[in-house]
Design a protein around this ligand. Sequence first.
Ligand code: BG6
Length: 487
Amino acid sequence: MRSEPTDINSNLISPLRPHVMVLFGATGDLARRKLLPGLFHLAQAGLLPKCRIVGTSLDDLDDEGFRAYARAALDDFAHHGVADDEWDEFAAGLFYVCQSAGNEALAKIVLELEEELGGDVARLHYLSVPPAAAPEVVQRLGEVGLAERARIIMEKPFGTDLASSIELNEALHRTFDESQIFRIDHFLGKEAALNILAFRFANGLFEPIWNRQHIAHVQIDVPETLSIGHRIPFYEKTGAYRDMVVNHLFQVLAFMAMEPPTALEPRSIGEEKNKVFRSLSPIEPSQVVRGQYGGYLDEPGVRPHSETETFIALRCEIDNWRWAGVPFYLRTGKRMAEGARVISIAFREPPKSMFPLGSGVGAHGPDHLTFDLADASRLSLSFYGKRPGPGMRLDKQSLQFSLHETGRTTDLLEAYERLIYDAMSGDHTLFTSAEGVERLWEASKPLLENPPPVRPYSAGSWGPNAIHQLVAPDAWRLPFERAWRSR
Ligand code: BG6
């Protein structure tokens, strides 16, 4: 029997309540590159409700100054152009309160704007502030009454270990109920991440083989070519594991590995994700390679002899009935050879081969199902097929699909756009819970307490050599032996 449609996308067409949104860190890098352009695109796409946006930060601006700042951000980063009439309407909804004016001033303008909007107005606070500042901002929101009727979007990191994440969650919960908190992980807002759910649960084809009997190993590989740049002060204290693995890579892993949720709704999906995290075996230092690219120590702001890793590769396991014994290999790093965001699922090879030696069977690794989580996402299923002509020679072939083929790429929402929209809708599906975050830090304990030494790797490489031993007898899928087909 078919269940009633309760899909996530139904939100995309239901009208949202008018909103007053407070953007903390409004003149920061994230606001400039993603949040202001994202809000503007939501407005262009007709997905932003009646909305007033109050920017706040340490910069001494007035409303006009903030509008000029936002306009410059859109000129640099808006993907869909900025038409005059669209801009005029958007700009009229932008306001600014300098943090030095105090929280009472902020509360005053929020109340005035709510009154002006009239009716049932929702509040959304977006905290794009350094982690150390977040608890205080939250406390102040409570003190001036701005936590009432409000939702709050928090940016990672959600602590740096178990103790600090518990402390942070306790601080948040003194002001906000868990149901009001939206911990953002922008990887889950990517179109391709949601497509994992569609692919797995909307089809009968793959779920029966989505387990230890048929899957030999899984790779979640997110190499980046960029360096740390101006983020050194943050990165020095953070490193690749805390910056990328605890958040993005484990979250993607949960979507890949979770059991079918009882319904496509936030609570069921959240429960299944948390079960994956509970089954995650502790991360063993012996199963981890930490790396640092050559030249990192010379970058301004890096401590002499810094042991911060700019690269990490690890092997972990999900100790449950579906996945016991299947290695999950995770890798990410800065200044690597290529930028990619790939989930690669290697299927077990046939138990016996009838093909003659030299036929090419198995010569290019196992069959793979590959998800490319790029914005223009792609999917590929590789298999051995017969090379045309006499005899039996086998070549690796693949079935490939690219998002472009849907002909709907103009409907794409960028990750932050989707997540802001979801938070306005009250939809927690793509956000992380306190329980999930704490469990991940708990599983990280052995590694954080006893990290292996950092090994050097050359900028522009795939990481230290030890990564090959880590996955042997398997092999890293990247760099791809054959490029994606381009149409
Ligand atoms: C951020 C990390 O969360 O994600 C960065 O802090 C990283 O270090 C970035 O570069 C990668 O995100 P994306 O969407 O550009 O792949």
